[in-house]
Design a protein around this ligand. Structure first.
Ligand code: NA7
Length: 542
């Protein structure tokens, strides 16, 4: 302890250069980069360890829907070369192990305070510092705040009457217990049929005595064809990583082999079917970009929809169940595509029932089960696979107050207002990693994270070198960006799905398409252009 620390009154903390909120993949890499700049940084993390999404989402079958060789950091060649992935798509335990490995390898944990939630961040006009208050009732001051909160970190529990009266066990996929849950011999109900549910359902069905799936909206799910990752494939990636990373950065989706440059309308019917079969056999998210016009042209989208319906009917033996599982009334891809292992096959099991709660809504949950307008389902456990208050929820859960007392809740009342999804007018020196208005969840998120962290780090270096103390976007730049984000979305079919991208899954949330759909490659160019032109659209001052 230095003499300075000895005499400091209790409760007063030294002024930091930077506070980072969150120790998932974004926060970890941001800390690594800030250290290189020599900035004094503390990371606050609500969980008990690193990993973010992969720390919390421990439900059975949790797995990334981007292939493991691509869903990994690119900033360290040594890390790239030494890490060995076990499967084509990494499971949650393996990804969490990877995050822990990164934290240990780069000695990051010593600057992270775990089990500490940031509750309030306030810009202090007098000192031009952010004051950051945590759940441990401590307040820190910092020049910069970087929100590394994740896009899907605020679990959403539905307000179904009686939910709290249920006597059995109730779990949320996004807040899964750390101990092993055994459903053997139980009657289990899963509410929801999004990505989390489609991954969990096949495994729960293998254990449970009986599983009932309460489906409000059928989702499109594409087989992952997951398998152990062959050594040769892994080596090919490692030998070509630099080239492949650049290729990914220069693609619209941030994922290689995914984008298409051919419109369905330019192909014959047999060419269309051949391409769809090829993508189905490859598996996973690439179905989303089967044709260049899939998210632009209803007819092109309809033919991919019909193809997936055909596949569902080929797998699911009971025609009525197959029919219920066929998604309708919204374009494929406008809600996040699911990537599964044996999802549709599970409905052929004798111990699985699909309950259609669109036609027969849930009336209430009682101590012993779920009452729908069709009848009563007696249950021992309920799994809420009901998603997240996505993209804006994590920010709005913190009491954020900018200059002139501006409240984030008021600023975002009609939907998120950001410049580039990275910064906001009235919130000087505050940055968001993969915030609303950036491609984030529409691209390979790890790539999106690295791009934002690099951009923010360069910006802080620019500020420091030029002795600037404050940076924030102008109102005009922010307004223009929000308008651009909306315009590009309105030109696509994305806006026709009641998705979490649109905020449609949360009652009362403004319906705004939140991620930037203009392409990760194009977006990267825009960010470069901004920084290379003296942070065009920002006002910088000392
Ligand atoms: P999602 O994709 O938001 O799925 C949530 C599911 O829960 C979806 O099927 C919803 O039906 C259903 N849901 C939500 N609220 C209710 C209520 N009140 N009653 C019945 N059903 C409800 O979340 P996930 O966790 O699966 O996935 C999130 C992302 O994580 C995913 O997209 C990947 O990127 C990874 P709805 O469709 O709203 O009718």
């Amino acid at each position: 302890m230095t003499s300075n620390q000895k005499t400091r009154p209790v409760g007063i903390r030294p002024v930091l250069d930077t506070v980072v909120v969150g120790a998932g993949f974004a926060g970890l890499y941001q800390l690594y980069k800030l250290r290189q700049l020599g900035l004094r940084t503390i990371v606050f993390e609500a969980g008990g360890d690193v990993g973010g999404t992969w720390y919390w989402n421990r439900y059975p079958g949790a797995r990334c829907d981007v292939e493991s060789m691509a869903y990994s950091y690119s900033f360290s060649e040594e890390l790239e070369q030494e890490w060995v992935w076990a499967e084509r798509y990494a499971s949650q335990p393996e990804i969490l192990k990877y995050a822990r490995h990164v934290a240990d390898r780069f000695d990051l944990k010593k600057d992270i305070q775990f089990n500490t939630r940031v509750l309030k961040v306030t810009f202090e006009e007098s000192s031009h510092r952010w004051s950051v208050t945590t759940s441990k009732n401590e307040t820190f001051r910092a020049r910069f705040v970087i929100m590394a909160l994740g896009c899907l970190s605020s679990p959403h529990s539905p307000s179904i009457p009686g939910l709290e009266t249920f006597d059995g066990n109730c779990y949320h996929t996004g807040f899964w217990p750390h101990k092993k849950i055994d459903f053997t011999g139980q009657k289990v109900g899963v509410i929801g049929t999004g990505s989390s549910a489609t991954q969990a359902i096949p495994l729960i069905a293998e254990q449970a005595k009986h599983l009932t799936i309460f489906q409000r909206t059928a989702n499109f799910s594409i087989p992952a064809w997951n398998k152990p990752l062959a050594k040769e494939i892994q080596q090919q990636w490692k030998d070509n990583y630099r080239k492949l990373r650049v290729e990914a950065q220069q693609s619209s989706s941030g994922i290689i082999n995914m984008d298409s440059d051919q419109n369905a309308t330019d192909l014959t019917s047999s060419q269309q079917q051949k391409e769809l079969e090829r993508r189905w056999k490859y598996g996973g998210l690439i179905m989303w970009n089967a044709f260049a016009d899939i998210m632009k042209n209803h007819d092109s989208n309809d033919l991919v929809t019909a193809f997936v319906h055909k596949k569902i009917r080929e797998v699911v033996k009971d025609p009525a169940t197959a029919d219920l599982l066929c998604p309708r009334n919204y374009p494929l891809g406008s809600k996040r595509l699911c990537v599964d292992t044996n999802y549709y096959e599970t409905f052929n099991r004798p111990n699985v029932t699909l309950a259609d709660i669109k036609s027969h809504p849930i009336k209430e949950i009682t101590a012993t089960g779920i009452e729908t307008s069709e009848g009563f389902f007696k249950l021992d456990s309920i799994v809420l696979a009901t998603g997240f208050d996505a993209m804006t929820g994590p920010m709005l859960n913190i009491d954020v107050r900018g200059s002139d007392g501006t409240l984030l809740t008021e600023r975002w009342a009609e939907g998120p207002q950001t410049y580039l999804g990275i910064s906001m007018a009235k919130f000087p020196n505050l940055f968001m990693i993969t915030g609303p208005g950036s491609p984030s969840v529409l691209s390979n998120v790890l790539l999106a994270i690295e791009q934002h962290v690099d951009w923010i780090t360069n910006c802080l270096q620019y500020m420091t070198e030029n002795k600037f103390s404050l940076i924030e976007p102008t109102d005009e730049a922010e307004k223009n960006w929000v308008q651009h984000v909306n315009e590009v979305a309105e030109d696509t079919l994305y806006i026709y799905g009641d998705s979490w991208y649109m905020g449609a899954n949360i009652p009362g949330k403004p319906r705004v398409f939140m991620p930037y759909v203009g392409g990760a490659d194009k977006y990267r160019d825009i960010c470069e252009h901004v920084s290379q032109n003296k942070y065009y659209g920002f006002s910088v001052s000392n």
